[in-house]
Ligand binder design. Structure first.
Ligand code: PRX
Length: 664
């Protein structure tokens, strides 16, 4: 990892200018963290755990590793909400702003650490009052409002595990997740503001509870948008009413380091999402460590902004737990970047709306770190720089990106136009399963290359392996993690066997992330995307199997195949191929209806970009669908080798249809 010597380099046939220098000395401005971790991984993480967190009871053994099951900081006891709130208030920082929250219409709230502690304690008492106990699970289905963070922290205060369900998901997703986790409660809102209008949530909860989710006893509803909702007597409660009646005094429960903190469901290669389990001490240690060093945090003065949604792991780790445990001030924003404040909006024509909401927020709050996704950066590039130039972004010190490989062009645009050619960019590779950052440059230590996530963080060891599991030190391979790390997933809820099979069986002894990567001559890692049947759409993992089951759920569909086709803005886009049941005629209307069916069943993010109605699907002689060919068709490429096809005319027919614009 001798990266300081590289000055100019070529990537994708382009030469890039000399690398950015860092104006200020950073926290990790030498290699001592790497040296310490290299010397002894457990000692390194134990020091971080003790320095960054406050423990009610110190731990003894650092790591118990019974592959693939890890336990970290054994015997230690701590409380997450105490670490995120009470200790900052006790240290006299109660008046410090935890969140500058901004609603999409332009309404704002300033929430201090003392405010947050008060609200979290009250809400924890509400949960207790409704009979929730340590070890229970509840679901949270909310817009990006402060009550979402309050609900999560209240759970941690009393040892209840939360399962946050992204607000864009459908009633079916709520049922599946509540059933899998036996969730006893759902916390929701009437609606949240999105794209200039309220987007309903409570109706989806009602539909879910009509269809299943039988373990849910109570529903708590925040009145965010004042839209009419039905409240079921005895089951549904208004947040503001139950909180007003609750005491603000709720002592934090000292919990075992391995106590279940949360479940977060993620797509795998089958249709059934996996409940990824994260626990208390190890998760909080790595999230605190990475939030501090990767963003080069100066908690006294920084205004940090992670523009993700709390419905995904990025928001869990880097909007809620990381920033709060480190006592910093964050921005939280409810809506989409192309929605101006209500007061700034001229008319209803979206195409006329200004597209500078992000830059406006950065300027108004003086944001110092911006953390967003390549898909957003590519959208900003399309919008052009005029909107950016109207704003003073000079407070920005560190820029981050996450969710998918970032192309060097987007990296350079981000660096030049948002970072004024000065600001380091941290391209952070990690996953729901890893809990926190794993591979990323460290400001002040790593010399970056546009488009490369560079190296593992101190205390994490990644290796590429070939098909036979042999370590690859130069060139392409499968990304594996070869040592346990504190914030690693502890399992899949209710399915230890699937945990073992999914992550630990392909390469024995190694965690297989499902991504391909390349190591260049300088030892830099370049992430190449998923190698399994999981698509990455706007930084969100969606399995092909999940969409296929949504397609065949439509009564007119007999068989379906889904591929992720590359897309300039979203990284990948969902493309479906369907064979109709007898008696149905192909038409543009039917194609549209099928697309909509998937959106209704799985949520709007799962809506395919296109659905092709085809007479047959290309299969091998053993009956396996040849997705590669479908991807080639979707991306308009030549077909390459088709000799293993059972019926070669099938692809030609599909391709002829696609070329003739049969896309529905
Ligand atoms: O394929 C990788 C991609 O996103 C996957 C993880 O998705 P998820 O669990 O939803 O978490 C997203 C946010 C952490 C990975 O397997 N991915 C994430 N970050 C990067 C990335 N690919 C390339 N570069 C990244 N920085």
């Amino acid at each position: 990892m001798s990266d300081a010597t590289i000055e100019v380099y070529e990537t994708e046939g382009r030469r890039f200018p000399p690398l950015p220098e860092f104006a200020e000395a950073s926290l990790a401005n030498d290699r001592s963290l790497y040296d310490e971790a290299d010397a002894d991984l457990e000692t390194f993480w134990a020091r971080q755990a003790r320095e960054l967190l406050t423990w009610d009871q110190d731990f003894g053994q650092v790591l118990d590793w019974q592959l693939p099951f890890a336990k970290w900081f054994i015997g230690g006891k701590l409380n997450v909400s105490y670490n995120c709130l009470d200790r900052h208030v006790e240290a006299g920082r109660g008046d410090k702003v935890a969140y500058h929250w901004e609603g999409e219409p332009g309404d704002t709230r300033t929430i201090t650490y003392a405010d947050l502690l008060d609200e979290v304690s009250r809400f924890a008492n509400v949960l207790k009052g409704m009979g929730l106990e340590q070890g229970d699970r509840i679901a949270i289905y909310m817009p990006m409002i402060p009550e979402l963070a309050i609900a999560m922290l209240a759970c941690t205060r009393i040892g209840v595990a939360h399962s946050v369900i992204f607000g864009g998901f459908s009633p079916d997703a709520i049922v599946d997740r509540c059933d899998d986790a036996s969730a006893r409660m759902i916390i929701t809102a009437d609606a949240g503001f999105r794209r200039g209008a309220p987007s309903a949530l409570k109706v989806n909860v009602d539909a879910a509870l009509d269809a299943g989710a039988a373990t849910v006893e109570n529903v708590i509803v925040v009145n965010r948008c004042d839209t009419p909702v039905e409240m079921t007597d005895g089951r549904d409660h208004w947040w503001h009413e139950v909180v007003a009646a609750a005491s603000p005094d709720c002592p934090p429960a000292p919990l075992d380091s391995e106590h279940l903190l949360y479940l977060l469901y993620t797509s795998g290669t089958t249709a059934k999402p996996k409940g990824i389990m994260h626990t208390t001490g190890g998760y909080l240690t790595q999230v605190a460590f990475t939030h501090k060093y990767v963003f080069d945090l100066k908690p006294e003065t920084d205004v940090y902004w992670c523009a993700a949604d709390i419905g995904w792991v990025t928001g869990h780790s880097y909007i809620v737990y990381g920033p709060l445990v480190n006592g910093c001030t964050s921005v939280m924003y409810e809506g989409t970047p192309d929605t101006p404040r209500e007061s700034d909006r001229v008319g209803d024509d979206r195409s006329q709306w200004s597209k500078d909401r992000l830059w406006d927020i950065i300027e108004r709050y003086g944001v110092t770190q911006l953390y967003t996704a390549p898909t957003a950066i590519r959208t900003f590039m399309k919008w052009g720089t005029a909107e950016v130039q109207r704003h003073d972004l000079s407070t920005l010190r560190v820029l981050g990106t996450v969710g998918e490989p970032i192309n060097p062009e987007a990296w350079m645009w981000y660096h030049e136009h948002i970072g004024a050619g000065q600001t380091p960019i941290v391209d952070t590779w990690w996953q729901t399963e890893t809990g926190g950052h794993m591979i990323t440059p460290m400001p002040g230590v790593t010399t970056t290359k546009p488009g490369s996530a560079c190296h593992t963080i101190p205390g994490v060891t990644a290796e590429l392996v070939d098909d036979d599991g042999k370590v690859v030190t130069n060139g392409g391979g499968y990304l594996t993690i070869s040592q346990p790390w504190p914030s690693m997933l502890r399992g899949i809820w209710g399915d230890p066997q699937r945990f073992q099979e999914t992550y630990w069986s392909r390469f024995p002894g190694r965690y297989f992330a499902g991504d391909g990567a390349r190591l260049d001559d300088d030892g830099y890692l370049w992430l190449l995307g998923r190698v399994d049947d999981v698509m990455n759409v706007s930084g969100h993992r969606i399995s092909t199997a999940e969409i296929e089951s949504g397609l065949v759920d439509h009564p007119a569909v007999a068989e379906a195949a889904v591929v992720g086709a590359s897309d300039d803005t979203t990284g990948q886009a969902i493309v479906g191929y369907v064979i109709l049941r007898g008696g149905n005629d192909a038409s543009a209307e039917l194609g549209e209806e099928i697309r909509q069916h998937v959106a209704t069943k799985l949520g709007p993010i799962a809506r395919p970009r296109s659905v092709f109605i085809v007479p047959d699907l290309p299969k091998t002689r053993s009956g396996k669908i040849m997705r590669r060919l479908l991807r080639d068709v979707a991306e308009g490429r030549g077909l390459g080798d088709t000799t293993t096809l059972a019926d070669e005319s099938v692809v030609e027919a599909i391709r002829a249809g696609a070329a003739a614009g049969d896309e529905n």
